[in-house]
Structures are given as C-alpha cells and as structure tokens.
Design a protein around this ligand. Structure first.
Ligand code: ZN
Length: 264
C-alpha cells in the first residue's frame, strides 16, 4: 500500500489527502479511526503566527497518527474566534457553522466505514461546539486538546510556570518554532504581559472571552497572560515529542473505549 502517484517526499501515508481512494479504503479496514485536527486562524500576540493553533494541532495529530497507524483528515483551521476580531488577520466563523461542518465531516467519514473520529484540538473555543455536535453524530466523536496530556504538561509547568498563561502561550509558539525554525523576539514581546489571576483563568477556560473591543482593551497586544518570548525551538521539539506521545496514548484509550483495534 502506498501513495503510489506521489514522489516519496510528498507521500505521507497517515494523511488522508495524500492517498488514493483505494489506499484510504485499505487503511480504514486496518484502522477505522480518523483524527481531525481543529485549529484556528487568529491573532497570537506580537510574535505568534496567525495559524499557530492549526499548525500545532496538525503536527501533533500527524506525529500521533504515525505512532498508532490511523489516518489524519485535513485540518479545520477556520473556527470560532469572535473575541479576537479586534486584531487583524483573525477569521472567525460561528460556533453553529463550525459544529455543523464537523458533524458533516464525521458523517462523510462514517459513510466510508470509519467507526470513530477524534478531534485533535489546538483552540479552546472549539471544545464546546464539537462536544455539542458529538451528541448527534452517527459514530462516536471525541475531542482531545494537545495541552491536556501529562508529559506535555510537565514541560509546560517546569519551563513556563504561570507565564504559560492562556493565549499566545510560550508552549504553542515554541511548537511552531520547532516546525519552522526559531525567530527573533520583537521588542513588543520582550516585556511580560499582565499576569492573570486564578479567578480570571477559571472564568475564561475554553476561551470564554468577551466581545472583541473589550478583549482588545483588556489585552492590547493579544497576549492573555502568556509570556510568548520564553519560547525556543528546542523546547518546542521537546513539547512536540511529549504531546505526540500523550496524544498517541489518548488515541489508544479512545480506540479501546469504542471497541476499535488499532494496528500498532
Ligand atoms: Zn493558540
């Protein structure tokens, strides 16, 4: 089995989009679970890329898919981020449209024999719409955020502590540096942001932020308690390895819970 028509460099057997329909059918017979990376297209502070969440979710999904033998569907990068619409580059779609899109993606995959879908998540505001639509999908739909696992959390706590914050986190920026190469910290990101209170963190989990004007007034450079400048490519590589291992374990648990046997 191979992505026969592609050069070796382009072929990636864990990516659905890189295979022929015949190769997909064969893969799904061996491993009827598909990963669906869910990111965002939104500001990530004075040094983070607009595509950060989508890049992180996709890279971790691909690494975990290689370890478990499952397929990765194309990344959903357009998701709800209304609170960041005060910053250029953010594209936000409604939770209802995003939930409906996820539901139809899962329905399509179910029609091809997929027995369960796990969203590999990089953006807090995706959690609620995915959990809501999961009540009505024809096959089980789960969601697992890359920062939830124990190995990745140990690194975040050890290196960044409270400066991890909630948005434009040094962890997610380090992951993108591991993917694209480290870049210089701009002056605007050198000073730490305002520190968050535990009350703020508890009240805003899952990206429950206010309207865009209010959000930008409260966090003028887009960082929400996160000292992005602590990111390095080396830490990003360590985070990637830890997140991929945590996610592979989450995929195996998800498969077991849904009575699906994986090839590895
Ligand atoms: Zn992010």
């Amino acid at each position: 089995m191979a992505a026969v028509q592609l050069s070796e460099r382009a072929a990636d057997e864990c990516r659905l989009a890189h295979l022929t329909h015949g190769a997909v059918a064969e893969k799904l017979r061996a491993a009827p679970i598909v990963l669906l990376p869910t990111g965002s297209t939104e500001q990530h502070g004075p040094m983070g890329l607009i595509g950060t969440d989508a890049f992180c979710a996709e890279a971790i999904a691909v690494a975990a898919a290689r370890a478990t033998g499952v397929l990765v569907a194309p990344t959903l990068a357009l998701t709800p981020a209304p609170f960041n619409m005060g910053f250029a580059g953010t594209i936000s779609i409604s939770p209802a449209l995003f939930g409906a899109l996820v539901g139809e993606v899962v329905g399509s995959l179910a029609a091809h024999g997929v027995r369960a879908v796990l969203a590999i998540n990089g953006h807090g505001a995706n959690l609620e719409p995915v959990r809501t639509v999961a009540a009505n999908t024809p096959i089980p739909l789960g969601i697992s955020s890359w920062w939830d696992g124990p190995a990745v959390n140990a690194i975040r706590t050890r290196h960044f502590g409270a400066w991890e914050g909630m948005h434009a986190t040094p962890s997610e920026i380090a992951l993108t540096m591991a993917m694209f190469g480290e870049w210089a910290v701009p002056d605007a990101a050198r000073t730490p942001p305002e520190k968050l209170t535990p009350q703020f963190i508890a009240a805003h989990a899952g990206d429950r932020h206010g309207p865009p004007d209010e959000h930008r007034a409260q966090f003028p450079d887009g960082r929400v308690g996160s000292h992005s400048a602590l990111a390095t490519a080396a830490l990003g590589a360590a985070l990637m390895e830890a997140a991929a291992a945590d996610m592979a374990a989450a995929i195996r648990r998800f498969a077991r819970d849904n009575a699906v046997t994986l090839p590895r």
